[in-house]
Design a protein around this ligand. Structure first.
Ligand code: FAD
Length: 277
């Protein structure tokens, strides 16, 4: 039997505390936060183009300061006052200049992270709870298919930038309209198609799934990166796995957010069999 003294303590999730250096409005629905500061010494580029971080946002009714001792706070604060976690892609690790870029969809006044980015000021804390990732363009793939909405646009932009000049394929990106197009640096052989919701609410259309199905399926080994709203991803998974017979290693697909659900609810559902795509 192990005594408490013998048990190794549960490793604490390390938090990296940065600060806002600059906020840049990239388009009507996208805000870039350039973060930096002393905490950058702890940031490592993990090499994935979909590198992401679980950010922590303090509740505005508390005066907690980062890094947050979540265990201690749990004993002191009610669950509704605990810092909230939200997941964001690292748009760029600019380690030479001591900066990290994170692009936020400005999806309105609901939620925590989106509204926070809309009004963040230089000096505000940016708290990262570890950095993960799982995808990088495979240089041996015959072609690439990337599909996503605004939330996946930062990861898609990073993937396109990392591709070799001779890469080819298609990137389908769903946004509201032409004003939301961003300048992307992509190989010549990648066709970038912007899909427009034209005022329809994000997460309520079949635009992305329809466009993927309508895309000509090419010869050879494809690598797919498809991320976005849950309903669209749910519609796409059987297309790739069953209809196109892709192997696991060829497919990076997950829901980045869910219409009508805040991230905590949606991530908790993902852990239940019923919530899995
Ligand atoms: C691995 C990963 C990487 C991600 N990368 C990015 C990224 O780089 N940039 C980014 O903006 N998002 C990204 N997301 C999605 C982001 O985590 C969610 O959109 C998150 O819900 C935003 O939190 P919030 O506090 O703003 O809204 P929440 O409190 O979670 O939700 C409040 C309401 O807003 C709605 N909502 C949430 N997100 C959107 C959206 N994008 N469009 C329209 N309505 C929305 C919800 O349905 C809910 O009704 C990523 C998610 C994952 C899992």
């Amino acid at each position: 039997m192990t005594t408490p003294a013998q048990q190794s303590p549960r490793p604490k999730r390390t938090q990296i505390v940065l600060e806002v250096i600059e906020r840049i409005q990239l388009s009507p629905r996208m805000v870039r936060i350039v973060a930096g500061g002393a905490g950058m010494a702890e940031v490592e580029n993990n090499g994935f183009t979909d590198a992401y971080t679980k950010m922590l946002f303090a509740h505005p009714d508390t005066d907690v300061t980062p890094p947050y001792d979540l265990e201690a706070l749990r004993e002191k604060l009610g669950p509704e006052l605990m810092p909230s976690r939200r997941t964001y892609s690292i748009r760029r690790f600019d380690l030479d200049n001591g900066q990290l870029w994170i692009d936020f969809v400005a999806h309105g006044t609901e939620g925590i992270a989106g509204p926070w980015a809309g009004s963040a000021k230089p000096g505000d804390a940016v708290v990262l709870g570890g950095i993960g990732g799982g995808y990088r363009p495979d240089e041996t793939a015959d072609w690439h298919l990337l599909a996503g909405d605004d939330a996946a646009l930062p990861a898609i932009a990073s993937a396109l930038e990392a591709m070799p000049a001779n890469a080819n394929g298609v990137a389908l990106i769903e946004v509201d309209g032409p004003a939301d197009h961003l300048e992307l640096s992509a190989p010549e052989g990648i066709t970038v198609e912007w899909l427009h919701r034209d005022g329809q609410e994000a997460g309520t259309t079949t635009l992305l799934a329809d466009a993927v199905r309508a895309t000509e399926w090419r010869e050879g080994r494809v690598q797919v990166f498809a991320h976005g709203e849950r309903g669209a991803m749910k519609a796409l998974r059987p297309y790739f796995t069953e209809e196109r017979g892709l192997e696991r290693a060829q497919l990076s697909l997950s829901a980045y957010w869910a219409h009508g659900r805040k991230e905590d609810t949606f991530q908790a559902e993902k852990r239940e069999p019923i919530g899995q795509i």
